[in-house]
Design a protein around this ligand. Structure first.
Ligand code: PLP
Length: 452
């Protein structure tokens, strides 16, 4: 029997209000209005408890890459739960699912990424990345390298380290103190902050801030730079082409590790397996989560390049771990998911077919909308900047309001599109077909026209 009771929408809303605190939400306001109850999903669609069919333009929270309702993933979880539902790999033990997943990931990841440490989320992945970075520098006889540089308006999660690495202070206001030795530089957001510079010059200027910060702190004190190849939650911000090559050059010159947060960009979002491949740089570590299991079950990981992994392996105990590090059921689901993405040709299709089709359709559909000043994106991810004046790139005085207005139209029109301040975001499941893309783009066009 199914353990979840069948109830009416209002019964669910009342129980939700009575007992459930939602993440990143104003609970008072939410409880007055009532949450939308999502009861089932298939392919790229969700259904709510009133029977409305909703097109999911966000793949859940940027994670359901293979779409909803995949039997292969459910079967993998079911079989693994019966065979070995849990075991840890702390005390001289291991198990086949995590061995096989690590082998598969080493085949999918760019050359040199042969070692993986597992956790349950992107936030834990970034906490783990810091542990890896510090242990590496200790192993290299440079324990003074402690500072980690990240960026304003980056998002790296909601644990203490993740939130400190992130550059969205307003999201973590309740924290009285932050993790030490983390400092921020500006984001490479040309449309919003580039002024009169060309994108290329602005990209170089933003990268030069990294060099200035390293010199200010002293290269002997700087351990790593961490960034999302494109900023996801910050608004799908694609840096100018000049940015990442410069960042990589600076990291190499000053012996600073380059850590890519691939939690959103990983597993095919841009049409490449990992978003840094789109930008053409070579990180030392990659934080992975979300698309690793398509969100069917929690799992995160840190991929560690062999030039970093070998000193770690040679230096003795790595004192970090979680009860569910390398969970066998999550590993089995991840494998079923990765096989669909790879052997089912999903990532290849985003690169050659649906990705370019989506980008082109969106640009065509919104060309005449007076609000949409910039469309950034690649593959199946896009950010649309709402502007008061397109030509001068002038923003609205209270940008958040227009973003929420647009999001509400989307909600009423059964489209999930996210607002980050005055940017609207799309990141649909990677299995979305051309005709489903047509529907998504039509709905986005309609809702943006209502907003204008
Ligand atoms: N890093 C990036 C780039 C993310 O977008 C997110 C979540 O959206 C995280 C880390 C945190 O992941 P999680 O919510 O799984 O902890």
């Amino acid at each position: 029997t199914h353990p979840i009771a069948q109830r009416t929408t209002s019964e669910w809303q009342q129980l939700d209000a009575a007992h459930h605190i939602h993440p990143f939400s104003d609970m008072g306001a939410l409880n007055r209005l009532g949450s939308r109850v999502i009861t089932r999903a298939q392919g790229v669609y969700l259904w709510d408890s009133d029977g409305n069919k909703i097109i999911d333009g966000m793949a859940g929270l940027w994670c359901v890459n293979v779409g909803y309702g995949r039997q292969e993933l459910a079967d993998a979880a079911y079989r693994q739960m019966l065979e070995l539902p849990y075991y840890n790999t702390f005390f001289k033990t291991t198990h086949p699912p995590i061995i096989e997943l690590s082998k598969l990931l080493s085949e999918i990841a760019p050359p040199g990424f042969e070692h993986f440490f597992y956790c349950n989320s992107g936030s834990e992945g970034n906490d783990t990345t810091l542990r890896v970075v510090y242990q590496y520098w200790a192993a290299m006889g440079k324990p003074g390298k402690k500072y980690v540089i990240s960026r304003k308006n980056g998002y790296h999660g909601s644990t203490m380290a993740g939130a400190t690495l992130g550059g969205m202070d307003y999201m973590h206001e309740q924290m009285p103190s932050k993790v030490e030795h983390i400092v921020h530089i500006n984001q490479p957001y040309w449309f919003g902050e580039g002024g009169t510079l060309t994108p290329e010059a602005f990209g170089r200027q933003c990268a030069a801030e990294l060099e200035q910060k390293i010199l200010e702190l002293g290269a002997d004190n700087v351990a790593a730079f961490i960034g999302e190849p494109f900023q996801g939650a910050g608004g799908v911000i694609f840096p100018p082409e000049s940015y990442w090559p410069e960042i990589q050059r600076i990291c190499r010159q000053y012996d600073v590790l380059l850590c890519a947060d691939e939690v959103i960009g990983g597993f095919g979002r841009t049409g490449e397996w990992f978003a840094h491949q789109h930008f053409g740089f070579e990180p030392d570590t990659m934080t992975l989560a979300k698309g690793l299991t398509s969100g069917y079950i929690p799992m995160g990981a840190v991929a560690i390049h062999k030039r970093i992994a070998q000193p770690l392996i040679d230096c003795g105990d790595f004192n970090h771990g979680l009860t569910y590090s390398g969970h066998p059921v999550a590993a089995a689901v991840a494998m079923a998911n990765l096989r669909i993405l790879r052997d089912g040709g999903v990532v290849a299709q985003v690169k050659t077919d649906t990705g370019p089709y989506f980008q082109q359709s969106l640009r065509q559909a919104l060309a005449d909308n007076p609000l949409v000043g910039e469309i950034a994106g690649q593959g199946l991810v896009a950010g649309m900047q709402l502007t008061a004046d397109k030509a001068s790139r002038k923003r609205f005085a209270n940008g958040g309001e227009i973003g929420l207005k647009c999001r509400d139209y989307c909600f009423k029109n059964n489209l999930i599109m996210r607002a980050t301040g005055d940017r609207m975001l799309l990141s649909p499941p990677l299995v979305m077909t051309r005709s489903e893309i047509d529907e998504l783009v039509d709905k986005a066009k309609h809702c943006l026209a209502l907003t204008a």
